[in-house]
Design a protein around this ligand. Structure first.
Ligand code: ARG
Length: 277
């Protein structure tokens, strides 16, 4: 009897505590939404919102698939793997690279996957690196002997995509350099082909990809020392639970060789022909 009473009392105590803390933490309990973790929110919405800038083969680019325009590439496959793991649809939004992190911050996306290089100053929480390589300086083949070291670019106009780490790098590549920053990467290639600029600083693997359809371009022997090689998936600050879903996918893909395969496929499919005006 005593025992039952004690149990009853302690239960009563527990309930009143629970009731207290509930009224203190939220008045009315209407705000259940704000208590969901980022992963729960994504699962509830049924879709993973991915932001990218689809002008950057082999990471992401437009391609005609069965006669209709589609966005494909390594980052898209990575987005699909993450969506699959979460059991939701992948929703892709294509925009200028320079606007991606702002849009992530204002909750337009859950993830940005865009060949994005890790830099401490950048907004967001980065996953582990899923691709690790530095930059290339793309030039016209006819200039092969003219531009062999960074100093050869002094006083010239160099192109880089707006908002990228390469735009910053280009500024300090050599004395008196002018940097042309354009929103869409292929426009820079057109400028280079038309001799409006003399070089482009870009991620190495992307430079390689543009070479396949463009015999008149080449990667110069210029090396820009920077250490900026780490490419990660970016999520909103605080969403560590989402990073905890993404990192194991990256670790597995790197370890079992499937990422290397996906990258090769994306390279093979990307055949760029840049029209010369
Ligand atoms: N890796 C470079 C950076 O993070 C350039 C990435 C550009 N990506 C793109 N999808 N256009 O700044």
């Amino acid at each position: 009897m005593k025992k039952t009473l004690a149990l009853f009392l302690s239960l009563l105590l527990l309930f009143s505590f629970a009731a207290c803390s509930k009224t203190e933490s939220d008045d009315g309990g209407q705000d259940a939404q704000t208590e969901l973790t980022s992963v729960e929110k994504i699962k509830q919405s049924g879709k993973l919102r991915m932001g990218t800038s689809a002008d950057y083969p082999p990471f992401e680019y437009h391609m005609l698939v069965d006669g209709k325009d589609d966005i494909v590439g390594f980052d898209i496959e990575l987005g699909k793997l993450i969506a699959e793991e979460l059991g939701v649809e992948l929703e892709i939004t294509d925009m200028g690279f320079d606007a991606l992190l702002m849009s992530l911050q204002s909750d337009k996306f859950d993830v940005v996957i865009a060949g994005m290089t890790y830099k401490p100053e950048r907004y967001g929480l980065f996953s582990e690196s899923y691709y690790t390589e530095g930059q290339a300086v793309l030039i016209r083949s006819e200039d092969a002997d003219k531009f062999t070291k960074a100093e050869d670019l002094a006083g010239l106009t160099i192109g880089a995509q707006k908002g990228t780490v390469q735009a910053d790098l280009a500024k300090t590549a050599a004395e008196g350099v002018t940097v042309l920053e354009l929103v869409k990467f292929p426009d820079l290639v057109t400028e280079l082909k038309n001799s409006k600029i003399d070089a482009i600083v870009v991620d190495y693997v992307v430079a390689e990809d543009y070479l396949s359809g463009n015999e008149d371009l080449m990667i110069s022997s210029i090396e820009l020392e920077d250490g900026l090689v780490y490419k990660g998936v970016v999520v909103q600050e605080g969403n560590t639970d989402l990073i905890d879903v993404i990192n194991p996918i990256i670790e597995k893909g790197l370890a079992d060789g499937s990422f290397a395969e996906l990258m090769q496929e994306a390279k093979d499919n990307a055949q760029y022909e840049i029209p010369v005006a």
